[in-house]
Design a protein around this ligand. Structure first.
Ligand SMILES: [Zn+2]
Length: 642
């Protein structure tokens, strides 16, 4: 080893000597300066007009006018950071055809080579505005990206449609937007209409910040329901669907949605909008979405949301989750997440509050509003608890570190999810907040709860939607105001620390424990059906998709130890062609010590091999079991507030 190292260093020195005569590489000169954003009004109102009628080719055709005050260098941005996505992933690759003119003359533009979302032009003497024309080429197939136009509906996100000038806070840039929709389309958005001419609607002038936070759903089949006719602010459930019959609902469906609003008001004691619009697609044509905004949210609940109401309960937490974000995330926002422009990097360090507590309240409000039964909520919680208790990545990666995931991983598929971890601050955050809630309830003899935290933290400034930022110490202080405790230590241990097991004390203090039985809960079964998968994560340590394809292998589990990975295919089980039910029978049979182990014929690319899985534990599915003689605090948490 030593002599090898020696010879390498001699070589390196010789190479350096030979190159000494040549000039060494030097850094490239800096790219043109982009003016820093200032909190002063932009001189003039931008205009943005979108023609959204080309459903056949899925092209948005766009014109934009940007007033300019003086000649010379001028920089404008395409938004880069996605609010609610917490990542720099806006679709600049789909913007095409950019032509800039001033006074009828075409101007050359250059893209900044470092800040590739920034564009530079030279404004000629005498010009008062820049005229931009371009297209947003929305994906024509799923491979290219999320579908935002279908023959019957569209999801217009202004974030993808418009540029804005560099040098100003986005709240200081006024803009008037208009859209031409296909004939026969109706729409919903949090924007307020100024005027309508034919198929074109022009909206009242708003700051650029508000425009990008106010997307639109529009469609041929459209219904809108007022969820709070007597309330302090209009809250509408606006729905578009692939087919008209998918918009037929029963009174009890709407009643549950009305209850989301009422239960949220009881929880937070406030609202942070003058009106709120749920934008809801019932579609398997439009791309999936759940995205929060201050006065609206974008949601795709699937085509049979109402038609399959009784068995379609998995994932029904979506609307309460996105609604909660109006309070948690949009109104109260981590101080390092709030940015003055959409091209200033966001920092996601407090996502375990932003998404973690939203995940918690989204699930709790689903039960309190009767979107889910108590049992469905408990079963859902059991799945969350089992997922994180069996996630080996917890050995090396804290929940706090996963808050970087929107930036570093951007929801790309992973080879080893249970080891790499993902945006675990969502659902492990939920477990931490359940832990906190039950602890408050225990310490105060049931007089206080996390509801009191929610009211104190999110309920301030009723009626205001000016974001209020916070830091870690503010969270700790508010918890201490509810009940004094070492909340800083409590949170740091769970969020920043490593631990082999998930934080499940909230279940125990809630009166339940996580157990595994050989029978799946309804919720578990339904999520298998919905995901078109067979989930043996807690027995063999694998999940299976269509035709025996392995869709996940648990790090360190029995399948892992047998050398399996996702992407391989189970061709046969114990000598017979793969069949999901047969595999279950064989897992059960292998629980007897004298019986043969489950043997799989695995296809890995063009290779085949036989694999025995060393597992004698039978089928294992998570569920919650009541701990007799203890207070059922979890039941209290899930019960509707009077
Ligand atoms: Zn969320």
């Amino acid at each position: 080893m030593r002599s090898l190292l020696f010879s390498v260093s001699v070589l390196t020195l010789a190479a350096t000597a030979a190159l000494a005569e040549q000039p060494l590489p030097q850094p490239a000169p800096p790219s043109p300066a982009i003016p820093a954003a200032r909190d002063v009004p932009y001189p003039g109102t931008l205009k943005l007009s979108v023609d959204a009628t080309d459903l056949a080719r899925r092209i948005f055709d766009i014109r934009q006018t940007i007033p300019v005050a003086k000649p010379g260098k001028f920089t404008f941005y395409y938004p880069q950071w996605v609010p609610g996505g917490h990542s720099p992933r806006n679709d600049i690759d789909k913007m095409a055809g950019l032509v800039v003119t001033a006074g009828g003359k075409r101007l050359a533009w250059t893209r900044d080579p470092v800040e590739v979302f920034a564009f530079h032009v030279d404004v000629p003497v005498g010009a008062t505005e820049l005229n931009l024309s371009y297209q947003f080429l929305s994906p024509v197939e799923v491979r290219v990206g999320r579908q935002v136009m279908t023959p019957d509906m569209l999801n217009l996100q202004w974030l993808q449609m418009g540029f804005y000038p560099a040098g100003y806070f986005t709240r200081q840039i006024p803009i008037e937007a208009s859209v031409k929709l296909p004939e026969g389309f109706q729409f919903a958005t949090a924007l307020e209409t100024a005027r309508t001419e034919g198929q074109t609607t022009t909206f009242k002038v708003v700051p650029f910040e508000t425009l990008v936070d106010s997307p639109m759903f529009a469609g041929r089949y459209f219904k809108s329901v007022d969820l709070d006719p007597e309330g302090p602010a209009r809250v509408r459930l606006n729905m578009v669907a692939d087919r008209p019959e998918q918009l037929e609902f029963k009174p009890e469906h709407i009643q549950a949605h009305k209850e989301i609003v009422q239960q949220a008001y009881k929880l937070y004691g406030s609202r942070h909008y003058d009106h709120y619009d749920f934008l809801v697609a019932l579609s398997d044509q439009l791309g999936g979405i759940g995205l929060e905004h201050h006065r609206s949210s974008e949601n795709n609940v699937g085509p049979k949301y109402f038609q399959d109401w009784d068995k379609g309960f998995v994932g029904r937490e979506l609307l309460p989750h996105e609604f909660t974000h109006s309070w948690n995330g949009k109104f109260r926002r981590g101080a390092d997440l709030w940015t003055p422009t959409l091209n200033t990097p966001m920092r996601d360090s407090l996502m375990w509050v932003y998404e973690g507590q939203t995940q918690y309240w989204g699930n709790v409000l689903s039960a309190r509003s009767n979107l889910l039964t108590k049992q469905q909520s408990l079963d859902s919680l059991a799945m969350t608890a089992a997922t994180f208790d069996n996630r080996r990545g917890r050995d090396w990666r804290s929940v706090a570190d996963t808050t970087n995931d929107p930036i570093i991983a951007n929801r790309k598929p992973l080879s080893w999810l249970s080891y790499q971890r993902s945006e675990d601050y969502y659902s492990e955050g939920l477990l931490v907040w359940l832990d906190a809630d039950t602890l408050i309830r225990e310490k105060t003899g049931g007089k206080k709860s996390l509801d009191d935290f929610a009211k104190a933290f999110f309920g301030v400034d009723d009626g205001s939607w000016m974001p209020r930022t916070y830091v870690f110490e503010d969270v700790v202080k508010t918890l201490n105001d509810v009940v004094p405790y070492d909340w800083s230590g409590f949170l740091k241990t769970r969020i920043e620390g490593l631990s082999e097991r998930a934080p499940l004390d909230g279940l125990t203090r809630g009166g339940y424990k996580l157990v595994y039985t050989d029978t799946p809960t309804d919720y578990f079964k339904t999520s298998e059906t919905r995901g078109k998968s067979v989930n043996h994560a807690y027995s063999l340590g694998l999940t299976i998709g269509a035709a025996g394809l392995l869709t996940g292998v648990q790090w360190d589990g029995p399948a892992f130890k047998a050398g399996l990975t996702q992407g391989q295919t189970i061709v046969a089980v114990n000598g017979e062609a793969y069949d999901a039910d047969k595999l279950k029978e064989d897992i059960k049979a292998a629980a007897r010590p004298e019986a043969p182990l489950v043997e799989l014929l695995i296809k890995d690319g063009d290779r085949y091999r036989m694999v025995k899985i060393d597992w004698r534990g039978g089928l294992r599915y998570p569920r919650l079991e009541r701990i007799a003689g203890t207070p059922a605090r979890l039941d209290d948490i899930l019960a509707a507030r009077k």
